[in-house]
Ligand binder design. Structure first.
Ligand code: FES
Length: 107
């Protein structure tokens, strides 16, 4: 499935992320620097913060756990209703075409 990561400055990175992989790893494995993923997906860092594009918010849904919600509060940049920790979004066929926007900073 194709995932488009949009940097804070508008630069787009289109990445084919395997099904079952998460959106954080799709970025890190392909040099998308706007996502750091320092803890490796362990819900212990919030450096994988992203904003799900408005068109996709309903499909992706809200934070998948209270732990994700709690950790989001530690995000360096503004938290919005569409904020997610990208390591908690698993790529499925349904998410082909997903667009996520990246915050200006992760620290
Ligand atoms: Fe650390 Fe997502 S990579 S919480």
């Amino acid at each position: 499935p194709l995932v488009t990561y949009v940097d804070h400055d508008g630069t787009k990175h289109e990445v084919d992320v395997p099904i079952g992989e998460n959106v954080m790893r799709g970025a890190v494995n392909n040099g998308v620097e706007g996502i750091v993923g320092e803890c490796g997906g362990g819900l212990a860092c919030a450096t994988c913060h992203c904003y799900v594009a408005a068109d996709w918010a309903d499909v992706v849904g809200e934070p998948s756990s209270d732990d994700e919600r709690d950790m989001l509060e530690s995000a360096a940049d503004e938290v919005r209703p569409t904020s997610r920790l990208s390591c908690q979004i698993e790529v499925t066929a349904e998410l082909d075409g997903l667009v996520v926007e990246l915050p200006a900073r992760q620290y």
